[in-house]
Ligand binder design. Structure first.
Ligand SMILES: [Mg+2]
Length: 346
C-alpha cells in the first residue's frame, strides 16, 4: 500500500498556492490589528482519496480553504510550512499513523497550537482517550455525518480565533489599538535576529508628541485622547503592513520598520510629522500638534539586543527635542548621539 494512491495528486497545486497566498497575507498583517477575518485553511489528512473527494465537494461552499495530505509525513511538512487553522486527522494510516502524527504535531513549537480533530473508523474508548491525551481538540467517528462535522469544524475554528484574539489583546493598547510595549519588546528581538541572519537593514523609530502635557492642560484630556488616537491612525495609514507600530507609553510611540534604510525611514517620519502638523481639529480649532522623531537604522550585525536599539533611537529623539522639536533626527553611531539627516543638515 502506498501513501499516495495512483492518480491522486499529493496536493492540488492551485489550492496549495491559494493557501500560501492567504497565509502570506495573514503573516504580513500580524503587525497591525483587526485582521482576524481571513479565510481559515483546513488541512485534511487521510490516506483514503474518497474522503478527500467527499469533503472537497461537501465543504466547497464553506468559508474555508481545504488542503490535502495523504500521510503523516506529508501532513507534518505542510502543517509546519503553511500553518493551517485546523487539521482533520485520520487515525488509521500506513506509515506514520494518526496518533504518531498527532504526537509529533504537539511536540513541535510551530504546530503545537494548531487544533486537531481526529477522524476515525474506530470508536473504541482507548483510541479516543489516547487522542485527547495527546492533545486532540475533538474526535469524530467515521462514517461521519457531514453537517455534524461541519459544525465541529466551525466550533473549533471559533475557539481558536477567540484564543488568538485574547492572546493578541494582551499586547494591544486599549486607547489607540496599536501594539503595546510588551509586543514591541517581543517583536523587536525577532526582527533584529532576522536582520542579523540575512544582513538586511532594519530601522527603529521612537517618537514623542511635543508638549503633550501642556496640550492636555489647555484643551483637556478628551482632546489628548483624540490626539493619541488620531496619531495612531496616521501611523496605520503610513506604515506598510509588515511594519510594527506601538504605543510605547504615554505620548511616546515606537515603530519597527524592517528592510528600510535610513533615507526611506526618514522620509516615512517626515510624512507622518507633516501630516500631524497640518491637521486641523474641528472640536479644538486653536489646537496644533507636532511630534519629534528619532531614527536608528542599522545593519543589525553591528548592534546588539533590543535595548541597544531602543537607546540609540531614544538618543536621536532627545536630540530632535533639544534642537527645537517637530523634526526628525537620526542616530549617529560615531558620536553616540542624534543629528539632523544629512540632506537637511546643509
Ligand atoms: Mg485511513
Amino acid at each position: 500500500m502506498t501513501t499516495h494512491p495512483e492518480g491522486t495528486p499529493r496536493v492540488d497545486p492551485s489550492q496549495q498556492q491559494r493557501a500560501a497566498d492567504v497565509l502570506h497575507r495573514t503573516d504580513r498583517s500580524t503587525s497591525l490589528i483587526g485582521t482576524e477575518d481571513e479565510t481559515p485553511v483546513v488541512l485534511l489528512v487521510d490516506d483514503a482519496p474518497e474522503i478527500h473527494r467527499l469533503l472537497g465537494v461537501k465543504l466547497r461552499n464553506d468559508d474555508l480553504t481545504l488542503l490535502s495530505a495523504f500521510g503523516g509525513e506529508e501532513a507534518l511538512d505542510i502543517a509546519a510550512n503553511l500553518q493551517p487553522s485546523l487539521i482533520l486527522l485520520d487515525l488509521n494510516m500506513p506509515g506514520i499513523d494518526g496518533l504518531e502524527t498527532l504526537r509529533r504535531l504537539k511536540l513541535e513549537s510551530s504546530t503545537v497550537e494548531i487544533p486537531v480533530i481526529i477522524l476515525s473508523g474506530s470508536s473504541t474508548s482507548s483510541d479516543k482517550v489516547g487522542s485527547f491525551g495527546l492533545g486532540a481538540t475533538d474526535y469524530v467517528t467515521k462514517p461521519f455525518d457531514v453537517p455534524e462535522l461541519r459544525a465541529r469544524i466551525a466550533s473549533s475554528l471559533r475557539v481558536t480565533r477567540l484564543m488568538r484574539m485574547l492572546a493578541q489583546r494582551a499586547q494591544i493598547d486599549g486607547l489607540t489599538g496599536l501594539w503595546n510595549r510588551a509586543h514591541l519588546n517581543d517583536k523587536l528581538a525577532g526582527e533584529i535576529e532576522q536582520s542579523q541572519r540575512n544582513g538586511d537593514s532594519l530601522s527603529l523609530v521612537m517618537c514623542d508628541l511635543d508638549h503633550f502635557k501642556q496640550l492636555n492642560d489647555s484643551f483637556g484630556h478628551p482632546a489628548g485622547d483624540l490626539v493619541l488616537q488620531s496619531f495612531a491612525k496616521i501611523l496605520k495609514a503610513e506604515l506598510r503592513r509588515y511594519d510594527v507600530a506601538c504605543r510605547y507609553g504615554g505620548e511616546e510611540f515606537a515603530m519597527i520598520v524592517p528592510s528600510s534604510d535610513a533615507e526611506s525611514t526618514i522620509g516615512l517620519c517626515e510624512r507622518i510629522r507633516t501630516t500631524l502638523e497640518n491637521m486641523t481639529w474641528a472640536r479644538y480649532p486653536d489646537m496644533r500638534v507636532t511630534g519629534s522623531f528619532g531614527v536608528c537604522t542599522g545593519d543589525a550585525r553591528h548592534m546588539r539586543g533590543p535595548s541597544d536599539w531602543i537607546e540609540a533611537a531614544d538618543r536621536a529623539l532627545y536630540s530632535a527635542k533639544g534642537a527645537g522639536r517637530n523634526r526628525t533626527h537620526v542616530y549617529d553611531g560615531e558620536s553616540g548621539t542624534g543629528k539632523p539627516p544629512l540632506r537637511l543638515a546643509g
